[in-house]
Design a protein around this ligand. Sequence first.
Ligand code: 5GP
Length: 190
Amino acid sequence: MSKKPGLTVLAGPTAVGKGTVSTYIRDNYPEVWLSVSATTRAPRPGEVDGVHYFFKSKEEFESLVAAGEFLEWAVVHGQNTYGTLKSTVNDAIAEGRSVLLEIDLQGARQVKDAVPDAQFVFLAPPSWDEMVRRLVGRGTESAEEQQRRLETAKLELAAEPEFDHTVINDDVRRAADELVSLMGLTPNPR
Ligand code: 5GP
């Protein structure tokens, strides 16, 4: 059965293309309110503070945690810390917006505890081999980092049954349209 909530959480394994799907949604579905996470990771070229992430120092992030400002937060790939700020998400839900969080599995589990009636969508790769190819093909991480991400991905794939729906990322536009439909919105005409 489909939930029609204000809050949808998109999670899935490393390199499955969550970022690409959410970027497509940001560019093509202005009616979706895409949450901007806080992170201690350094900005990549082209990333803008307040648009892609709120870039924070470790100290700033820790004080937000201590102040209870996060709906969820997690250390991702054993490296940097990422989190969703309660204030912005709650305001958007209160305004009746369709809110989308693109977060990792640990974060999705925390949201499930805090907001059980949210909708949880698992983004799956077409196959394991395709996922490895995408991860290696991206070429932005060291071999050691790629290995670490693959280990995380294996654990993350096993989490699929915890989710309300699975969307297969065989094609970014198709996957984004399916996700938007699950959010109760009408996909753009082709
Ligand atoms: P990247 O550094 O490549 O932008 O993101 C790395 C990972 O962090 C992705 O798997 C993404 O889903 C996850 N992530 C981004 N924002 C958040 C967040 O607010 N909370 C959690 N738990 N994970 C996040």
